[in-house]
Every structure is written in C-alpha cells, then in structure tokens.
Design a protein around this ligand. Structure first.
Ligand code: ADP
Ligand code: ZN
Length: 213
C-alpha cells in the first residue's frame, strides 16, 4: 500500500501505520520519528529542527523535502509506504506530487483520520513515548508493564518535549491552519478517504474496504 495518513496530532496516524505495515510489508515513514532521531543524535539536521519541534511549530518545507526526497528512494519503499506526518503543508503536498510523478509512482489513497478535539487532547496529555524505539504508550489505557520502561526494548518511556499543554495547543493550532487544508487539496485530486473513527481497527477496516484488500 502507498498511503498518506492525514490527521491531527494524536489522531492515531502512527498506530494505524504500524498495524498496516504488519499486513503487507509496507514501511511506515514518520517525519517526526526521523527528526526526533536526528535531534537525539545531534546531527546538523537535528540542530536545525530542534527549536521548532520543541515549540510545536513546523520544521521548514525545504528541510522536510530534503529528507523525503532521499527517503522515498530507499529500497524498503518497494513494498509500499505509509506516510505518517508528511506532507503537512500545501507546499509539501505540491512538492510531493512532483516527486512522485518523477519517480513514476502513484498513491493508493490519502486517509484522513478525523477524531474529535476532546479525544485528541486527552490522548496527547496522557501519551508517553519510548525514546529508543518510538513505541507509544498511554498512562491511562496502555501503560508499560514497568513504569517508565519500554516493554519492547527496555528504553526510557517519557512524555515528549512537545507534549506539554502549551506545545500541544500550539500543535493543534498549527495543524488547523497549515495541515487541515490538505484534505481539500486531496479531495480535488480524487484521492481522499475520510474516516471518522476513534478506534484504529475501524480505521484499518475502512481502508481495507476502500482498497478492496
Ligand atoms: P504529531 O504527533 O504531532 O503528529 P510528529 O511526530 O509527526 O507529531 O511530529 C513532531 C514534530 O516534528 C512536529 O510538531 C514538527 O515540528 C516536526 N515535523 C514532523 N513532520 C513534519 C513535516 N512534514 N513538516 C514540518 N514539520 C514536521
Ligand atoms: Zn522501546
């Protein structure tokens, strides 16, 4: 499958992507994960992205397109990919369109995961993330077996820097302003599938139905 997953922070893009990779061997490509790894490793890219990320603002389109131009050409993309957190602005969507056309690739669909704002806020403030492997937990509904320790890899499970109340509210504003218009963009392209669902399984079923898989 070649999909774009659209949706506010906390809509469940990452969870849905991880479930889908298990179905057909496609890879999850999360620009947020790539950027966080770069920040943790202290690379040039990380240094450029760090301040914007911490504030919940977007990293520049140029930086993101540089990353994705390379990433989509890697071998593991042959079996399909799930774009999680990219594109996030109209210029990124336009640039992606050109990039895919150059590569001779077509996407199967753009899935817009639509979750009510109160559910999103609750999820984001209770979300915890493993800094080593990216596994996502929730203090209420899905805590790690040992507090603060990842079940999968033993790494530290913490609240992300951009998951303070202030940064969360900024991320949601940025989403509404810069990213929500992508739904209209892809609607016009005839690629949009909007799913109103708070359960990841329901989202997966809607995608399967739409793609006939
Ligand atoms: P979310 O949980 O908000 O979907 P992500 O993990 O996708 O978070 O992204 C975390 C941060 O990384 C964003 O708030 C932003 O600063 C940066 N980022 C990730 N993807 C992009 C992108 N496509 N364009 C610009 N900035 C991005
Ligand atoms: Zn882990």
């Amino acid at each position: 499958m070649k999909l774009i997953l659209l949706g506010a922070p906390g809509a469940g893009k990452g969870t849905v992507a991880k479930l889908l990779t298990k179905m057909d061997g496609s890879v999850q490509i999360s620009t947020g994960d790539i950027l966080r790894a770069a920040v943790a490793a202290g690379t040039e890219l990380g240094k450029k992205a760090e301040a914007a990320m911490k504030a919940g603002d977007l990293v520049s389109d140029d930086l993101i397109m540089g990353i994705m131009g390379e990433r989509l050409k890697e071998d593991d993309c042959k079996n399909g990919y799930l774009l999680d957190g990219f594109p996030r602005t109209i210029p990124q969507a336009e640039a992606l369109k050109v990039l895919l056309a150059d590569m001779g690739e077509t996407l199967d669909a753009v899935v817009n995961i639509d979750v009510p704002r109160d559910v999103i806020l609750d999820r984001l403030t209770t979300r915890r993330t493993c800094t080593d492997c990216g596994e996502i937990y929730n203090v209420k509904s899905n805590p790690p077996k040992v507090e603060g320790v990842c079940d999968k890899c033993g790494g530290p499970v913490v609240q992300r820097d951009d998951e303070t109340e202030e940064a969360i509210s900024n991320r949601l504003d940025v989403y509404n302003e810069k990213t929500a218009p992508l739904a209209g963009f892809y609607e016009k392209e005839g690629m949009l599938l909007t799913v109103e669902a708070t359960s990841s399984d329901d989202v997966i079923n809607a995608i399967k139905e739409k793609l006939g898989k």
